[in-house]
Write a protein that binds this ligand. Structure first.
Ligand code: AMP
Length: 216
């Protein structure tokens, strides 16, 4: 299965990708996760990406295209992959099509998670992650038992720097301007399906798996 999950920040792409990894045994490729790891490591790519990410802007195409090109040739992508957060611009989509063609592959499916922007601001602003084990929480929808402390490992819960309200709004307008045109791009290519991303997580998951022909 070679899948792209499209949708604005906070639409649930990462959550759904993780559920699909278990169901289809293919890797999740999240450019946001790869970039955050590079920032944490202080690698040259991370240093270059940090200021873009902190302001909610997109990291330059050549950087993310390079990341994905390197990742797609790894052996665990042989039977497929789930792209989460890539492509985000038309040049990235074109670059992906070309890279896959060289590998003799093509995208099977593009699923767009449709969500209400105001609801997304609440979702993102309340998001907290354990700094030790990476478990996710939400102040309103899935609060930890003890404020600021991870239920699983006792680690400190932190807010992503780009999850403050001003940056969230900037990320939404970047999405509208640069990423939304991809919905039309993949509709024309005949690979697009849309799912209501406002449904509860499990129901979104069922709808996605049904579209992909997996067990519900
Ligand atoms: P995400 O975790 O997918 O919301 O990504 C977090 C941030 O990483 C974004 O706001 C961008 O700054 C950067 N980023 C992730 N994926 C891409 C991409 N495909 N193109 C450009 N920037 C990206």
């Amino acid at each position: 299965m070679k899948l792209i999950l499209l949708g604005p920040p906070g639409a649930g792409k990462g959550t759904q990708a993780k559920m699909l990894v278990e169901c289809f045994s293919v890797p999740q490729i999240s450019t946001g996760d790869i970039l955050r790891a590079a920032v944490k490591d202080g690698s040259p790519m991370g240093v270059k990406a940090k200021s873009f990410m902190d302001s909610g802007a997109l990291v330059p195409d050549e950087v993310v295209v390079g990341i994905v090109e390197e990742r797609l040739v790894k052996s665990d992508c042989e039977n497929g992959f789930i792209l989460d957060g890539f492509p985000r611009t038309l040049p990235q989509a074109d670059a992906l099509t070309k890279t896959l063609a060289v590998l003799g592959k093509d995208i099977d499916s593009v699923i767009s998670l449709e969500v209400d922007i105001e609801a997304l601001v609440v979702r993102l602003a309340g998001r907290r992650t354990c700094s030790a084990c990476g478990s996710g929480f939400h102040l309103q929808y899935e609060p930890p038992l003890k404020s600021g402390i991870c239920d699983s490992c006792g680690g400190e819960l932190i807010q992503r720097e780009d999850d403050c309200e001003d940056t969230i709004r900037n990320r939404m307008s970047v999405y509208d301007e640069q990423t939304l045109p991809l919905v039309e791009y993949y509709r024309k290519a005949g690979t697009l399906s849309c799912v209501d991303g406002m449904l509860p997580i499990d129901e979104v998951g069922k709808a996605v798996r049904t579209l992909l022909g997996g067990s519900v």
